[in-house]
Design a protein around this ligand. Structure first.
Ligand SMILES: N[C@@H](CCC(=O)N[C@@H](CS)C(=O)NCC(=O)O)C(=O)O
Length: 253
């Protein structure tokens, strides 16, 4: 069945949905847009305002978690990102919900606080994907796009500093969980808890495997790279990078 994933390509919630689709080996096209220009595409697909939206012949699946669950229903029990076992499943859900609610907004706000003033870098990232017309208009549209991002995500220096504290605290919690040598957060295999952590951590660990959507880390402002280096060096950061290296290209479908 023809599937279309409507995204803002740099969105880490879009990456979460994309990863689940890629892992299942499902065929889909990505319909990526500049922030602001995504709204008509989302509405046309049957969504409200946010990406990701998965347009299917039977209607729209909105929200990254719903898309992961939708894909999961098509997988064999042993390959599911949400384990069938009730206790493991509940633990995966708890981590996943916390990462969605706390990690995602914090990594995004911190990254945009550094990226928005670095106009040329950010326009370069926005031009990596999307329709030719939007890529051509990215520089002209930048003041509007940047203002909308600032407003929608509450991007200012004070809140960005608080978000970084939040990210550091979550990384410390995940590092503590991994301290017994486990390879995955829950049980003995890759689940939605791992996928969600790694995808929503992309703005603070900038994995090389994700360069198609974010570009290379070397283009970033030095102050941003310093924090990325710090977080990459933590057990949680190393674990996110390992998940990208070992799991991002793995197919189970
Ligand atoms: N809970 C949602 C969050 C999605 C989300 O925050 N999407 C952002 C991009 S990272 C968005 O669509 N922003 C556009 C806007 O605010 O208009 C999910 O998991 O899908």
């Amino acid at each position: 069945m023809p599937l279309r994933l409507v995204t803002i390509p740099v969105s880490h919630y879009a990456e979460k949905a994309r990863w689940a689709l890629d892992r299942a080996g499902w065929a889909y096209t990505e319909d990526g847009h500049l922030p602001v220009a995504h709204v008509p595409a989302v509405l046309r697909a049957g969504g409200k305002r946010m990406v990701p939206v998965l347009a299917t012949p039977h209607g729209a699946v909105c929200d990254s978690t719903e898309i992961v669950r939708f894909v999961d229903r098509g997988l064999a029990a042993e390959a599911r990102l949400f384990p069938v076992d009730a206790a493991l499943g509940a633990e995966v859900e708890r981590w996943e919900e916390r990462f969605d609610a706390e990690l995602g907004p914090a990594t995004r706000r911190w990254a945009y606080a550094h990226l928005l003033p670095a106009r040329a870098v950010t326009i370069g990232i926005m031009r990596l994907n999307g329709p030719a017309l939007e890529r051509a208009l990215a520089a002209a549209a930048y003041p509007l796009v940047a203002a909308v991002i600032r407003r929608n995500y509450g991007v200012d220096e004070v809140r960005a500093a608080r978000s970084l504290d939040r990210v550091r605290a979550l990384f410390a919690e995940v590092s503590a969980k991994l301290a017994d040598g486990r390879r995955f957060l829950v049980g003995d295999r890759f689940t939605a808890a791992d996928l969600t952590f790694a995808a929503l951590a992309t703005p603070v660990v900038w994995p090389a495997e994700h360069a198609r959507f974010l570009g290379g880390v070397e283009a970033l402002p030095a102050a941003m790279r310093a924090v990325i280096d710090e977080l990459r060096a933590t057990p949680a950061g190393a674990y996110a990078l390992r998940l990208y290296a070992e799991e991002r290209a793995r197919k189970v479908g």
